[in-house]
Design a protein around this ligand. Structure first.
Ligand code: NDP
Ligand code: GDP
Length: 330
């Protein structure tokens, strides 16, 4: 009997952690997850429960900021693959908590790379890099060759983690790859992010629970894909003989306003009757437009985004309607 491959996923309770765990379990992996201690332990695995995989994952108490804990877990698990998805991932909060964001999102990745270098240097490593690193974009379509220009403490921390990944690959020969992922969403997206805030708001308005939706800058544009598609790209990167960095995107960019129009149209309403803007949701520095060039991922990994924006919006609105009707919380 062949032994199943073992993977360790940090950020396992987040959006991508849940979809990636489901994907790896379907491939026959033994999936281990890093779980940070919470006083609300009963809700922390809500996304894993939503996908029906919570009981199939081996959870380990730990924190990305605690190198000794990471070392102990790696020594015990000896994973073939580590997916480092854990982060303080909300850009807006990173201006309120810049040092924490640096410690978790930046140094946390260095902790994991260091732990791998010491405990299991043969392990393949995936770093969750971000299109936010392009920030004030230097080219109209951003590829692996586009220079970075981070515009937030989050993006600066991600850039440090990104270069540490490249550095450990080049210095110590680790099989370390970075996925520069553009925004990806799903019904499991955190409620503070604009897409989920919109689909939840649309569902509430449709059900008569709210009468308006308060947003910030409606003109910014993002290249939005589906998280379920994007976790496959992460896995494909670790199956390559040679580690490398890849942009993962759809190649289409639309504004927050257009996303709103689609979401309201999904329930037969017009956004102009409900959306208001408030400077409270504006940012000290904005990333006006992101548009990825996923050519390398297509050519080398055979990966393309499968879900259209229209399908994504429909799935998210439907899930939020269902959740509110059945009083489930996520
Ligand atoms: P989420 O915010 O949904 O998940 C973040 C995860 O990190 C959660 O499981 C959280 O745990 C965990 N975490 C936070 N701090 C720590 C810590 N100190 N130690 C251990 N775990 C911690 O993010 P996503 O799933 O959306 O994103 C996954 C990764 O990809 C992140 O690194 C994100 O920055 C990056 N990324 C995401 C993009 C996107 O569009 N979604 C785009 C590009 C990059 P808890 O549940 O306890 O809060
Ligand atoms: P980000 O791209 O990782 O920062 O993801 P977000 O979903 O948080 O934000 C995407 C874009 O939507 C940013 O440019 C925000 O300024 C913009 N935006 C407009 N209104 C809102 C809002 O009410 N909440 C959030 N989170 N973003 C908003």
């Amino acid at each position: 009997m062949t032994q199943s491959k073992r993977a360790l996923v940090t950020g396992v309770t987040g959006q991508d952690g849940a979809y990636l765990s489901q994907f790896l379990l379907n491939k026959g992996y033994e999936v281990h997850g890093l779980l940070r201690r919470s006083a609300s332990a009963e809700v922390v695995d809500a996304r894993l429960k939503w996908l029906g995989v919570a009981a199939d994952i081996v959870l380990h108490d730990g924190n990305l900021t605690d190198l000794s804990g990471l070392l102990r877990i790696l020594e015990a698990v000896q994973p073939a693959e580590v997916y480092n998805l854990a982060a303080q991932s909300f850009v807006k909060s990173s201006w309120q908590q810049p040092l924490l964001t640096g410690a978790v999102t930046g140094l946390g990745a260095a902790n994991m790379l260091e732990a791998i270098r010491i405990a299991c240097p043969q392990t393949c490593y995936y770093q969750a890099s971000s299109s936010e690193m392009f920030g004030l974009v230097q080219e109209p379509r951003q590829s692996e060759k586009t220079p970075f220009y981070p515009r937030s403490p989050y993006a600066a921390a991600k850039l440090y983690a990104h270069w540490m990944t490249v550095n450990y690959r080049e210095s110590f020969g680790l099989h370390a790859s970075s996925g520069i992922l553009f925004n990806h969403e799903s019904p499991l997206r955190g409620i503070e992010f604009v897409t989920r805030k919109i689909t939840d708001g649309v569902a509430r308005i449709k059900l008569g629970l709210e009468n308006k939706l308060v947003l910030g800058n409606l003109d910014v544009k993002r290249d939005w894909g589906h998280a379920r598609d994007y976790v496959e790209a992460m896995w494909l990167m670790l199956q390559q003989d040679v580690p490398d960095d890849y942009v993962v995107a759809t190649g289409r960019t639309v504004s927050v306003r257009e996303f709103c129009e689609l979401a309201f149209a999904q329930v037969g309403l017009n956004m102009n009757d409900y959306v208001v803007t408030d400077p409270r949701y504006m940012r000290p520095a904005e990333v006006d437009v992101l548009l990825g060039d996923p050519g390398k991922a297509k050519e080398r990994l055979g990966w393309v985004a499968k879900t259209s924006l229209e399908e994504l919006v429909a799935e998210m609105v439907d899930a939020d309607l269902k959740r509110l009707k059945t009083q489930q919380h996520l």
